[in-house]
Design a protein around this ligand. Structure first.
Ligand code: NAD
Length: 375
């Protein structure tokens, strides 16, 4: 069996799907590994490192590969080079990209979307949403500190006192929790909000203050799957009133609020942005899903009367070595479940929950239930 590590064609994507460490793990299972030249360079990983780990570096790496691994969904020009029937595993971004899914099906590959991995205990080690969101939350704080014209920690010096920065984190999932922890480590005074009651204790355990409209609706805002529900208009109005007062006094606002299958909730209006002091910074991690902040633009830093709105879409990619290392391990753990160690061959169990949740295409068709044409 052969695995190929493809180089990302998107110049803005610095991550890579395998590291020398995971190459060694594949080799230990008896799997051949080939890698396209320069695939790891933007994550600080040289061809020689992969070679030393046992990979063959070749421009033809994907040819004849049984599995091709990538960070981003392959384009048509890439996928047509893959063997028919090959497994292609990446972050596929399938929602709203149905034409691209059809192209994968037409190319005859079996495409798997890592981000659709179910959040069950067995699959925690394969959870790319968590591994990448954690780094994105960290990096959001670093970006905000960079764009902020002041220091984060309180400094008492002979020349006077620098006050601690006030940071407000909206949405306390994986990214939000890491943003809180990072801002605290930098010495900021941190507050945070979410609609799920379970987050209150998590926020407080990190030394931050929790702020939310804690009414009856709030008590039931978490789905059985652990995600947020879309809140009623009435709740949103109460939340906006509370937030508006608070945001005025903040230096940094980091928003991460998402609702599965829905556009991101608008939490910060243009008016709230205007109420902030010049020099303040907002970082909107939800920008790709429509944004939590009015005026946030994908991959841009907008300036509204001296208030900056940072809208970078690939924040995990701004810590590429760490992001690649975690993503590579997520992938390795998933591929292990698709492999028969005794027979040393591919053995996909199509009725396995992990496979059913992630498999998008097979035998020329789109097979995932969420992407079937509407009757
Ligand atoms: P997410 O990215 O879907 O959303 C980010 C946060 O935004 C969530 O905390 C959500 O409650 C919040 N949010 C949504 N609407 C909001 C609003 N109007 N105002 C304020 N906040 C709002 O979340 P996530 O990081 O994927 O985590 C979701 C849940 O999944 C959490 O409970 C997390 O602990 C859990 N989780 C479980 C596993 C696992 O079991 N393997 C792994 C990761 C996360």
């Amino acid at each position: 069996m052969k695995i190929a590590i493809a180089k990302e064609v998107d110049a803005a994507e610095p991550r890579v799907a395998a590291t020398p460490d995971t190459v060694k793990k594949f080799k230990a299972l008896g799997i051949d590994v080939a890698i396209e030249p320069g695939a790891g360079i933007k994550s600080g990983l040289l061809d020689a490192d992969y070679e030393a780990a046992g990979a063959v570096v070749s421009a033809d790496a994907v040819k004849d590969a049984d599995i091709v691994i990538k960070v981003k969904r392959p384009e048509v020009s890439e996928v047509t080079k893959y063997k028919k029937g090959a497994l292609v595993i990446a972050i596929m971004d399938p929602y709203g990209n149905e034409a691209a899914l059809k192209a994968l099906a037409d190319a005859g590959v079996a495409a798997f979307a890592m981000e659709l991995m179910p959040r069950i205990t067995r699959a925690q080690v394969m959870d790319v949403l968590s591994s990448q969101a954690n780094l994105a939350g960290y990096r959001a704080v670093i970006e905000s500190a960079e764009a902020f014209g002041r220091a984060f920690p309180m400094m008492m010096t002979a020349a006077g006192t620098v006050p601690a920065a006030k940071v407000f984190v909206m949405g306390v999932g994986v990214a939000g929790l890491q943003a809180i922890a990072t801002a605290r480590r930098l010495g900021a005074v941190v507050t945070a909000t979410d609609v799920r009651p379970a987050t209150k204790e998590q926020v407080e355990s990190l030394g931050a203050k929790f702020l939310a409209v804690e009414d009856e609706e709030f008590k039931n805002a978490q789905t059985a799957g652990g995600y947020a529900k879309e809140m009623s208009k009435e709740y949103q109005a109460k939340q906006a009133a509370l937030t508006a007062e608070h945001i005025k006094k903040q230096d940094i606002v980091i928003t991460t609020a998402l609702i599965p299958g829905r556009p991101a909730p608008k939490l910060v209006t243009a008016e709230m942005v205007k109420s902030m002091k010049p020099g303040s910074v907002l970082v909107d991690l939800a920008v790709e899903r429509g944004g939590n902040v009015e005026g946030a633009k994908a991959d841009e830093v907008a300036d509204v009367d001296g208030v900056k709105i940072v809208g970078y879409t690939n924040l995990a990619g701004k810590v590429p070595a760490s992001a690649s290392s975690l993503y590579a391990r997520n992938l390795f753990s998933f591929i292990e479940t698709l492999y028969d160690k005794a027979a040393k061959s591919l053995a996909v169990k199509w009725d396995d929950d992990l496979v059913k949740a992630t498999a998008l295409t097979k035998d020329g068709a789109v097979i995932h239930p969420n992407f079937q044409p509407k009757a």
